[in-house]
Design a protein around this ligand. Structure first.
Ligand code: MEV
Length: 423
């Protein structure tokens, strides 16, 4: 019989047993299986509780971006990311932002939205108003689900009811707006929405299907602002101009905006991952927010002030927490939070927003000047040298030669490796 991925009770097996099955299935060598058995800082019992069917753990480099000042306070920024130049970019851009005082931030508070979907409602507009009349009762039922959250000042605060047009006619959509304090809040708001669903069914006279949070967390925005003094561009004034043109390009053209915003997410996601938060939620929220005008646009804005200094701003949803989930279970996330020295989820969110803006500053500056490849290449060359089999000092020697020659390719790295090993 050929191999099959149908493995009954896979989840009930131990990590070892699962790994044995996977090794046989994929023909892993003993060395490859041993790699999966290597343990890092995340112990396997914790990993096995975090997700299903665990066979090992997966590591990323954790780097520190230096030079960051936010609201007058010095921060070291931990970033977990696989791409070279990301940490260097924030470090360099944070340095040039220092003379303008660094970054300044604000936020809208930690308000999440839960959605409840009612279909086949005979009188959707009447139902909408019936729901508004029940607002106090809705908030009371929701808040009964999480007395601790209410005690610390959070909980369901408001509702909004929308009638939307869909491929299957009008639907009544209830938004429950919940202050989730220091939690990302998915569990809290989903529990509230699930409890409310039968009531919404009864009060609308329709059928309720979905009851789940929205990742378009546009009530949980962070904002960051930076001023880069024109003196930072002395002798390269056209770079400052080029950066503003680069922003205008991104804001006008979704093809460019996708890359521009990807660069912003380099900084945001690296911090979200390092702090054990849900980076898919943040990515989804950011891109949906970038499309809120009906066209996918830049998350940042760049302009010049009356002095000719460069002013950058960002506004982005930031549903991150400090309690619950991987933020508490992953041992490194706790250390990362200590390095950041943050006390609240909103402070964390603001820092992440500022880092996104800082990353964008780095990218636009490089793009408007020498391009990104120059900075990228020496690290990239080292990666290629390692992939070609270089070890120890040979990595730097081969990388340097390839950068000097302007040929950073695997075949050239292999050639050089052969040559140098012979010599
Ligand atoms: C690469 O990861 C990110 C950039 O492409 C962003 C940008 O183009 O603005 C450099």
């Amino acid at each position: 019989m050929g191999k099959t991925s149908r493995i009954s009770g896979f989840h009930k097996l131990t990590v070892e047993e699962r790994l044995k099955i996977v090794s046989e299935f994929a023909g892993l060598s003993d060395d490859e299986a041993a790699l999966l058995k290597k343990r890092g800082h995340l112990d396997i019992q914790t990993a096995d509780r975090m997700i299903e069917n665990v066979i090992g753990t997966f590591e990323l480099p954790l780097g520190i971006a230096a030079n960051m000042i936010i609201n007058g306070k010095e921060y070291l920024i931990p970033m977990a990311v696989e791409e070279s130049s990301v940490v260097a970019g924030v470090t360099n851009a944070a340095r040039i932002a220092r003379s303008g005082g660094g970054f300044f931030t604000s936020n809208t508070g930690p308000l999440m939205i839960a959605q409840i979907q009612a279909v086949d409602v005979k009188d959707p507009f009447g139902a909408k108003l019936r729901l508004y009349e029940k607002k106090d009762e809705i908030l009371r039922i929701a808040n009964e689900q999480d007395p601790i959250l209410v005690k610390i000042g959070g909980g369901a605060k408001n509702i909004e009811v929308r009638v939307i047009e869909t491929a299957f006619g009008q639907m009544v959509i209830v938004h429950l707006i919940v202050d989730t304090r220091d939690a990302m809040g998915a569990n809290a708001v989903n529990t509230m929405a699930e409890t409310l669903a039968p009531y919404v069914g009864e009060w609308t006279g329709g059928r309720v299907y979905l009851r789940i949070l929205s990742n378009l967390a546009d009530r949980r925005l962070v904002r960051a602002r930076v001023r880069v003094k024109k003196e930072e561009f002395k002798g390269a004034e056209d770079v400052l101009e080029g950066m503003i043109y680069a922003w205008a390009f991104a804001d006008a053209d979704p093809y460019r905006a996708a890359t521009h915003n990807k660069g912003i997410m380099n900084g945001i996601s690296a911090m979200v991952i390092a702090t054990g938060n849900d980076f898919r939620a943040i990515e989804a929220g950011a891109h949906a927010y970038a499309s809120r005008t009906g066209r996918y646009r830049s998350l940042t804005h760049w302009e010049k002030d009356q002095n000719g200094d460069l002013i950058g701003t960002i506004e982005v949803p930031m549903a991150v927490g400090l309690v619950g989930g991987a933020t508490k279970m992953h041992p490194i996330s706790g250390v990362v939070i200590k390095i950041l020295g943050v006390k609240t989820a909103t402070e964390l969110g603001e820092i992440i927003g500022a880092v996104g803006l800082c990353q964008n500053l780095a990218a636009l500056r490089a793009l408007a000047a020498e391009g990104i490849q120059k900075g990228h290449m020496s690290l990239h060359a080292k990666n290629i040298a390692v992939s070609a089999g270089a070890t120890g000092d040979l990595i730097d020697v081969i990388a340097k030669r390839m950068v000097e020659e302007g040929t950073i390719r695997m075949d050239r790295a292999q050639e050089l490796l052969k040559e140098l090993k012979k010599g």
